[in-house]
Design a protein around this ligand. Structure first.
Ligand SMILES: [Zn+2]
Length: 153
């Protein structure tokens, strides 16, 4: 439910901003939205971790791509990717205005995601990328995290 709302809000915010703001102003606003926008999903994941006895994670670690969660001991980096910002194949809807701007922006995000995953993997990190919509399935998510953690032990 929360993930749904968040996706809706992101889409709404994006299309509204594209209408209202000049290009420069828009990118400033987007940067602000982006830095704060992930909070609800992170909090949800934290509650899953706590409820399922998953410990050993840290936030705000200095690591390439700024993972949302880092399990340093297991060398596991976890990213939660917003369905809009990272172009989820199931949920990304093109905004009706400034299509070119958005397409390029999302493509850049995706390219960066791939690069970050590749470089981290090459340096011995396991990378788990979770779509925002996958937060709806707690069981599946938790078992993925468990599996990746135990493999590293
Ligand atoms: Zn999605």
């Amino acid at each position: 439910m929360a993930a749904n709302n968040l996706r809706y809000n992101n889409n709404l915010a994006a299309s509204q901003m594209a209408d209202v703001f000049s290009k420069q102003k828009r990118s400033e606003v987007m940067a602000a939205v982006k830095s704060g926008g992930n909070n609800a999903t992170e909090l949800k994941l934290i509650s899953f971790f706590r409820a399922n006895g998953i410990s050993g994670w840290r936030r705000n670690q200095k690591l390439l791509g700024k993972p949302d969660f880092v399990f340093r001991q297991n060398r596991l980096a976890v990213f939660v990717d917003g369905c809009f910002w990272h172009g989820c194949p199931k949920h990304f809807r093109k905004p009706s205005n400034n299509r070119k701007y958005w397409r390029e922006k999302i493509l850049r995000n995706q390219e960066r995601d791939r690069l970050v995953t590749k470089v981290l993997s090459k340096t011995g990190w396991r990378v788990l990328r979770i779509w925002e919509h996958e937060l709806k399935n707690e069981k599946r998510l938790v078992s993925r995290v468990w599996n990746l953690r135990s493999r590293a032990d």
